[in-house]
Design a protein around this ligand. Structure first.
Ligand SMILES: Cc1cc2nc3c(=O)[nH]c(=O)nc-3n(C[C@H](O)[C@H](O)[C@H](O)COP(=O)(O)OP(=O)(O)OC[C@H]3O[C@@H](n4cnc5c(N)ncnc54)[C@H](O)[C@@H]3O)c2cc1C
Length: 303
C-alpha cells in the first residue's frame, strides 16, 4: 500500500500538516516516536498562541491530534529509523514496519542540546533533565542547578525557583543573554544564585545525581556544587539526522526548504523547527505544516 502523505513527527507542524493533508482527502499517516505535541507538550502554559492565551501545551497538543485524526489522518507511534527520499515511492522504516508514500513531510523538530558530559545520558531521569516544566516537580524543596545563559535558561530557573529550595544558574560567560524582564525577575528571587564564568566539567553521582564538578573559565579554579537536579538549557539542535546525505542543511543542521516547505527533492517537504528559518514557535510550525500539506497536494495532483 502506498500512502499519499507520510509525516514524520507529531508536534504542531506534523499535526497541522496531517490536518490539512487529510482534510484535502489525501491518505495520510503520521509517525511519532513519543507522544503528540513534541516540544509543545512539555512547555507548560503557552502565552502567545493566538486566540488561546495561557493554553496548556499538552492540552493543545491533544486537541491538534484529535482534530487531525477526525479529518482522517492516522497516527502510528513508531520511531522512523531510516528514510529513502530519492526514489518513487519514498520509503520509511520503523522497527515495526516499512511504509511507502508518494510524499514525505519531515516535521521532526528540534531537541535540547546536551552538554556532552560522560554519563549525562545515563543520568537522564535520575538527576539530569532538559525540561523544568516536565521534571521540576521531582525536585520540590531540593537544591538544583540550571546551565545556560539565554531566555530558556532564565525561564527554567524562574520556574524552578517557585518549587525548589535553591536554584544556582551556571553560565560560562559573565552575564545572561536573557531579556531584561527575565533577568530582573531572577535577580529579585531570594533563592536564586549565579555562578558566572563557570562550566560544568563532570557529574557526581551514586545511583542518582549528587553534585557537579565546576571550573571557572577565567581563573581555572575548580570547585564542586551539591545538587539533586541539573537542568540543561544550552540551546536546541535540529533532529535532521534522518535526512543526512539526502537533503541540504545549513551549518547548524537545519533543513533547507523554501517558505512553501519544498526541499530540493521533489515530493519531500520540511516543516516546523527542523527547517532553516528565523522564528521557531508553535504558530510558525503550524503555518509550515499547512504550507507543506498544500505543496504535497499540488505535487500529488501533478503525478
Ligand atoms: C520549554 C519550551 C517552551 C516553549 N514555549 C513556547 C511558547 O510559549 N510559545 C511558542 O510558540 N513556542 C514555544 N516553544 C517552541 C515550540 O514548542 C516549538 O517551536 C514547536 O513545538 C516546534 O514544533 P515542530 O512540530 O516543528 O517540532 P517539535 O515540537 O519538536 O516536534 C517534533 C516531533 O517529532 C518527533 N520525532 C522526531 N524524530 C522522530 C523520528 N525519527 N520518528 C518519529 N518521530 C520523531 C518528536 O518526538 C516530536 O514529537 C517552546 C519550546 C520549549 C522547549
Amino acid at each position: 500500500m502506498i500512502w499519499d502523505v507520510l509525516i514524520v513527527g507529531g508536534g504542531p507542524a506534523g499535526y497541522t500538516a496531517a490536518l490539512y493533508a487529510a482534510g484535502a482527502g489525501l491518505h495520510t499517516v503520521l509517525l511519532e516516536k513519543l507522544g503528540p505535541g513534541g516540544q509543545m507538550a512539555g512547555s507548560g502554559a503557552i502565552a502567545n498562541y493566538p486566540g488561546l492565551p495561557g493554553v496548556d501545551g499538552a492540552a493543545l497538543a491533544e486537541r491538534m491530534r484529535v482534530q487531525a485524526e477526525a479529518a482522517g489522518a492516522e497516527t502510528r507511534y513508531e520511531e522512523v529509523t531510516s528514510l529513502a527520499l530519492r526514489g518513487t515511492p519514498k520509503t520509511a522504516h520503523t522497527r515495526q514496519a516499512e511504509y511507502a508514500a508518494h510524499t514525505v513531510i519531515l516535521c521532526t523538530g528540534a531537541a535540547p542540546r546536551p552538554l556532552g558530559l560522560p554519563e549525562e545520558t545515563a543520568l537522564r531521569g535520575r538527576g539530569v533533565s532538559y525540561c523544568a516544566a516536565c521534571d521540576g516537580g521531582l525536585y520540590r524543596g531540593r537544591a538544583v542547578a540550571v546551565v545556560g545563559g539565554g531566555n530558556t535558561a532564565a525561564a527554567e530557573a524562574l520556574y524552578l525557583a517557585g518549587l525548589c529550595r535553591e536554584v544556582t544558574l551556571i553560565h560560562r560567560r559573565g552575564a545572561l543573554r536573557a531579556d531584561a524582564r527575565c533577568t530582573r525577575a531572577l535577580e529579585a528571587a531570594p533563592n536564586v544564585g549565579f555562578l558566572w564564568n563557570t562550566r560544568v566539567t563532570a557529574l557526581l553521582y551514586t545511583e542518582t545525581l549528587a553534585g557537579l564538578k565546576l571550573q571557572n573559565t577565567v581563573t581555572g579554579a575548580r570547585s564542586t556544587l551539591a545538587v539533586a537536579g541539573l537542568f540543561v538549557a544550552v540551546g536546541r539542535a535540529p533532529q535532521s539526522a534522518l535526512a543526512a546525505g539526502q537533503l541540504a542543511m545549513d551549518g547548524a543542521g537545519y533543513l533547507l526548504a523554501g517558505e512553501d516547505c519544498r526541499t530540493a527533492l521533489p515530493g519531500v517537504f520540511a516543516a516546523g523547527d527542523v527547517r532553516a528559518k528565523p522564528l521557531r514557535q508553535i504558530v510558525t510550525a503550524a503555518a509550515d505544516g499547512a504550507m507543506a500539506a498544500r505543496a504535497a497536494q499540488e505535487y500529488i495532483a501533478a503525478l
